[in-house]
Design a protein around this ligand. Structure first.
Ligand SMILES: Cc1ncc(C[n+]2csc(CCOP(=O)(O)OP(=O)(O)O)c2C)c(N)n1
Length: 590
């Protein structure tokens, strides 16, 4: 995928060979070269006549530059809120494309390539920097279908990957962010030292998930099934699934569970479902699968849940339900199960119409720095297996995150493929608030301690651009805090009463019951009559006339039919008869 670096010193003969190949069949060359040659021909058409204008060859260099940004711009973004990025070479400086600072004021036709018409080189560079090297770094040029590449490009370049949201939308985003930040801060001060796997440093994930549901609902998705680990789960339960704050506080207060119904699992493993409304009033059903401690183990379960719904509830319509998997940066990079699930994502028997993957990238796994945790550049590099686009977004820039999510949702609905959002943030406290992160990461945690939270960053921006004033922001904050305090007061007042956290199955599952001890002691009745077995056996080993089979198979089937006639069966026949009787009773056996 990276074999044609536009930045390497070109071999003229090789270029010529590639160009001839392009002339014969434009799809015979890599898509980046195809576009380069299209630009070449465009420029040639626009400079007809014998006199080649001075600087004509520079047009190609500028097109090279444009493609350089598209291909490698993500390596030079400002997506890390608390650290300098690693240095990648060669960089995107003009000199690496045979251009100079003195060319900046020259107008190039190559601006057409970006859709801005003939433009000064300085404007072209500014456009490229904003699109590809700002808060969003996008990897998409390994996708092999030119239509998909064009589709993405057309949605990123004209708007420079920079959203222009209305005042209303901005306030909606700020409100979500305020709840996300406020909730964590409240727990931090009220339940000191208690494990909660805080989301602090990545609170923009809540507006992101809200945007998944909102955009998805508006695009016709009726149901989302979410799988996630410990980090930020309580925040998701309250601020996305609307689990009541009271219930969460009650769990923190240590109020007992109903042990008979409940295995006593921890609060950040509980699943939940709820119905929510999108901003345009559409009703959407959300399910959060329960998860074990074993990271990423919920992934295939979520995919299975979604596929079952697609098959059984939505008549094979992949537009109606969507899986959302939330990963930690260490887990997604380190665990084989992620690769396995991705490999299944386009198989007829398993596909789910594209999964939205969101990485809560806090750059650390327990105590392990990302540099010691993986060989790949990005934790999301497994996404290339399925040629899925990846948006790496600065966790401090909530608007960029919402924008990337909206684009990713449209992509999923359009192409039915997986897509990744890598939210680059940090972890404000230790792994679980009880440990001291400075012991292993002293420098990083010094920087983190001084870093403002993403809500403060966003509200400063909104005040600065005069979208809202300080008073509104303060009131939003105070109102939220007071609301939480009231709920906590109620919980504390009831402390002596038992708050039962049951594990009853609800909704579609209400018809099921939990296993009892007796279920394990008494075998259910599964026997069938000899007559049924004979009927099924006859069907199982009957070869219709019109089907040609190998002689060996014919003999095998004949032997089996004979065995059944003789009233005998071996293990293989027994197993097939067992499946057969289940199918006969209307059960699916796959
Ligand atoms: C399969 C598995 N391996 C190891 C662990 C132990 N463990 C729990 S959290 C964690 C670190 C995970 O880091 P990351 O995925 O980056 O998520 P974070 O906690 O940083 O949000 C580890 C190794 C586990 N729970 N499951």
């Amino acid at each position: 995928m990276d074999k044609h670096s536009f930045l390497s010193n070109g071999d003229i003969a090789a270029f010529e060979e590639l160009y001839q190949s392009y002339v014969a069949d434009e799809n015979s060359v890599d898509v980046s070269w195809k576009e380069f040659f299209q630009g070449f021909e465009f420029a040639r058409k626009n400079y007809e006549g014998d006199d080649m204008p001075e600087g004509f060859d520079k047009e190609f260099k500028v097109i090279n530059l444009v493609n350089g940004y598209r291909q490698r711009g993500h390596l030079f973004t400002k997506t890390n809120p608390v650290r300098e990025r690693r240095e990648y070479r060669p960089n995107l400086d003009l000199e690496n494309f045979g251009l100079e600072t003195s060319d900046l004021e020259t107008v190039f036709q190559a601006g057409e390539e970006l859709g801005i018409g003939p433009a000064k080189l300085s404007d072209i560079v500014a456009h490229l920097k904003q699109t590809y090297c700002g808060s969003i770094g996008v990897e998409y040029l390994y996708i092999r279908d030119p239509n998909v590449i064009r589709w993405l490009r057309e949605r990123m370049e004209p708007v420079r990957n920079t959203p222009q949201y209305s005042k209303e939308k901005k306030i909606q985003i700020l409100e979500k962010l305020t709840s996300a930040v406020g909730f964590e801060q409240f727990l931090h001060t009220k339940f000191v030292g208690q494990k909660r796997f805080s989301l602090e440093g990545l609170e923009t994930f809540i507006p992101a998930l809200d945007a998944v549901v909102d955009t998805g609902g508006n695009l016709g998705i009726e149901e989302f099934i979410v799988g996630m680990a410990h980090r930020g789960r309580l925040n998701v339960l309250t601020n996305i699934f609307h689990k009541s704050y009271k219930e969460i506080f009650s769990e923190f207060e240590g109020n007992p569970y109903d042990e008979l119904n409940f295995a006593g699992d921890v609060k950040y493993h509980l699943g939940m479902s709820s119905d929510v409304k999108t901003s345009s009033g559409k009703s959407v059903h959300l399910s959060l699968s329960a998860n074990p401690s074993h990271l990423e183990a919920a992934d295939p379960v979520v995919e299975g849940m979604v596929r079952a719904k697609i098959d059984n509830k939505y008549g094979g319509d992949y537009n109606k339900v969507m899986p959302v998997l939330i990963h930690g940066d260490a887990a997604i990079a380190g665990q084989g199960i992620v690769y396995e699930v991705l490999q299944m994502s386009q198989l007829d028997g398993y596909k789910t119409g594209g999964t939205m993957h969101i990485v809560l990238n806090n750059q650390i796994g327990f105590t392990t720095n990302y540099l010691d945790a993986r060989s790949s550049t990005y934790c999301t590099d497994v996404a290339k297996t399925t040629l899925s686009p990846v948006f790496h977004v600065n966790g401090d820039d909530v608007e960029a995150i919402v924008f990337a999510v909206q684009l990713a949702m449209e992509f999923r609905q359009e192409f039915k493929r997986d897509v990744f959002i890598d939210i680059l943030g940090y972890r404000k406290h230790g792994h679980n608030e009880g440990d001291e992160p400075k012991f292993t990461q002293p420098l990083l945690y010094k920087a983190i301690a001084k870093h403002p939270n993403p809500r403060d960053i966003y509200r400063a921006r909104l005040i600065d651009e005069k979208t809202i004033d300080d008073g509104v922001v303060k009131k939003m904050d105070e109102d939220f805090k007071n609301r939480l305090q009231k709920k906590l007061d109620v919980v504390k007042a009831k402390k002596d009463k038992v708050q039962i956290v049951d594990h009853k199955l609800r909704g579609t599952w209400a018809v099921k019951r939990t296993a009892t001890e007796e279920d394990f002691e008494v075998s259910p009745k599964t026997s069938v009559t000899k007559k049924v077995l004979d009927r099924i056996g006859e069907r199982l080993f009957h070869i219709p006339e019109e089907i040609q089979v190998f002689r060996k198979v014919k003999r095998l089937f004949g032997d089996r039919t004979q065995m059944l006639k003789d009233g005998k069966a071996d293990w293989a026949i027994g197993e097939l008869l067992a499946y057969g009787t289940l199918v006969d009773e209307g059960f699916r056996v796959r």
